[in-house]
Design a protein. Sequence first.
Length: 84
Amino acid sequence: MLGRVRVGVVYTGGSKIAEHGGDNPGDRDVPILVYAPGTVHRGSSSDWVETTQVAPTILQLLGLDPSSLQAVQQEGTQVLPGIG
């Protein structure tokens, strides 16, 4: 049996490697916009990031400690780059 993958179509047998379902860049890229005047500098980044970094980043922007999250403690998740 032979199959041909079409970009934009999600093929799954019950497990996925990304929350959008596929391994094509178009399936995995998720844009994010952070608006925090005085904290985040204007620009863009081509750094590889994970959606798991969003929660610790929000906590840091709110002045809270991201390491208070159990997942951050266990996995060492960093805040998004350029957030300071």
